[in-house]
Design a protein around this ligand. Structure first.
Ligand code: FE2
Ligand code: FE2
Length: 482
């Protein structure tokens, strides 16, 4: 039984799961591989399949030195199956089976539930690659272009991670699910991706940075909850994915931060103090701060929908079964079974938004969403330091959780960014002021022109403080070829 410390980097599929000795699964993955490459070439980054990209590839699973950087053509990227090392004597950390040895095989009674969790997680990974496939054409620098591609290849690897679990533990059903993961397409009329936010467009780079900040962070929360799983292979898989996910958060957070910084600097240089002097600010070729706030409103509200219904039997069942825990379950100090416990859930009842205590098991989606909001707020606070540093009188804030929702308690009402309830007519008018308008999007689109010279940056975004892998400022992160 491979314990995860040995990495085989020689075969077609780099792995630390002993694929060489596991002929059945190796064969299944090798059969799936050509379809994956076809998918990547069709739906992956458009126009850069021949380019040499300075990418990191996972070559280990320890906390140090797990990645190496080198120039790679993306279709030749070494997508591997890597699990965090097995923890000796690990037990199921929560739910009805708490304290029993962690499962190394799928528990029969939970097979369907587990498969569903893997497929939903797996479906998001290729979806984001599809959503971002046109962005290469308008990258604001080679540095940003490379970061986009890094995120893309790692989302591809996350798909591999889920497909491995499906192929290894679910036989024929798993094979069919693995094929369906390559068949669905983001935004497709007939066979869309499974979750709403993954069918939206990512038309420009501000959208990309917002997506990686807000929506990849949902991914981080879901992976963190699955990393607690009593099904040990899933736990180990997700623990390793989280090391990669940290970079996606970084790309989003610093991306928006650099946009804000550039705008503030341009305003200062032009002697503009009023952030709402939009025409003059836009004339400087930078994105005005109120538009950045509107984009944040949109991406935050779309992402909240990914947490599902606030009160959910599925979430309770997955927890009871020991399959999906809470965020940082291992650091919580209650009974890890939530017997008799309650959790306050924000509900929409009788025309009012009110907190109500519900059984904690039923409120687990709400709890994960609350943890997400806290994590998001910390990132927003770091954005806001730019205003303090540059002396611009503005703050980015998160809208109320009831704002612009399509799923859950607040899908049946209209709420302003501060949570004030609005009539349909009031909402129709107000939503134009707090969500990006057609005009806002056209303005952002007008700034999206590619910058390909090493070390140069588009005028609407500040350069990063340090290069990737400590490379110098004029490093050529992507070499166009072909
Ligand atoms: Fe991912
Ligand atoms: Fe991600």
């Amino acid at each position: 039984m491979p314990d995860g410390s040995q990495i085989d980097y020689d075969g077609l599929i780099p792995n630390n799961v002993g694929l060489n000795e596991d002929l059945r699964v190796r064969k299944a993955l090798e059969v799936w591989h050509p379809g994956y490459i076809d998918w990547w070439k069709q739906m992956g980054p458009e126009g850069f399949q021949e380019s040499l990209v300075y990418l990191r590839t996972a070559v280990g699973v320890g906390s140090e030195g797990w990645a190496k950087f080198d120039f790679v053509r993306m279709p030749e990227y070494r997508w591997g199956v890597l699990l965090a090392p097995q923890v000796e004597g690990r037990t199921i950390p929560f739910g009805a089976h708490k304290g029993e040895p962690a499962w190394q095989e799928v528990p029969g009674e939970y097979r369907a539930m587990l498969r569903r969790l893997l497929v939903i997680q797996g479906d998001t990974e290729p979806a984001s690659v599809e959503q971002q496939r046109h962005l290469g054409a308008t990258a604001p620098s080679l540095y940003d272009l490379r970061n986009l591609f890094q995120v893309n290849v790692e989302e591809g690897r996350h798909l591999w991670a889920m497909v491995y679990l499906l192929q290894k533990y679910f036989g024929r059903d798993g094979r069919e699910e693995a094929n369906d993961l390559l068949r669905r397409r983001s935004g497709d009329q007939d066979s869309p991706r499974m979750l709403g936010a993954f069918n939206e467009r990512t038309p420009d780079w501000l959208s990309f940075f917002m997506f990686t900040f807000f929506t990849d962070r949902d991914g981080k929360m879901q992976l963190a909850a699955l990393a607690q799983s009593g099904f040990d292979p899933l736990s180990r898989t997700c623990r390793f994915m989280l090391t990669e996910e940290a970079h996606h958060m970084f790309v989003g957070e610093t991306g928006v931060q650099r946009v804000i910084q550039r705008t503030c600097e341009a305003m200062k240089a032009a002697g503009i103090d009023d952030p709402y002097d939009i025409e003059r600010i836009r004339a400087l070729g930078v994105i005005d701060l109120p538009t950045i706030q509107k984009k944040a409103n949109l991406h935050f509200s779309l992402t909240l929908d990914l947490f599902g219904n606030e009160i959910s039997t599925n979430a309770a069942n997955a927890f009871n079964a020991g399959l999906k825990g809470r965020y940082r379950e291992d650091r919580l100090t209650d009974d890890h079974q939530l017997l008799g416990a309650v959790y306050p859930v924000l509900r929409f009842n009788n025309g009012l938004i009110q907190s109500e205590d519900v059984p904690a098991l039923s409120g687990l989606n709400m709890r994960l969403r609350d943890d997400y909001v806290v994590d998001t707020e910390a990132g927003i606070a770091r954005w806001n330091r730019v205003f303090e540093r540059t002396g611009v009188d503005f703050r980015i804030t998160l809208p109320h959780v009831a704002f612009n929702r399509r799923i859950g308690e607040f899908s049946g009402c209209h709420a302003d960014t501060d949570g004030t309830l609005l009539t349909a007519d009031q909402w129709a008018k107000r939503s134009k002021e707090v969500l990006p308008s057609v005009e806002d999007n056209l303005f952002i689109a007008s700034l999206m022109a590619p910058v390909r010279e090493p070390g140069a940056y588009a005028g609407w975004i500040a350069p990063p403080r340090i290069g990737i892998d400590n490379m110098p400022g004029d490093f050529e992160y992507v070499r166009m070829e072909g």
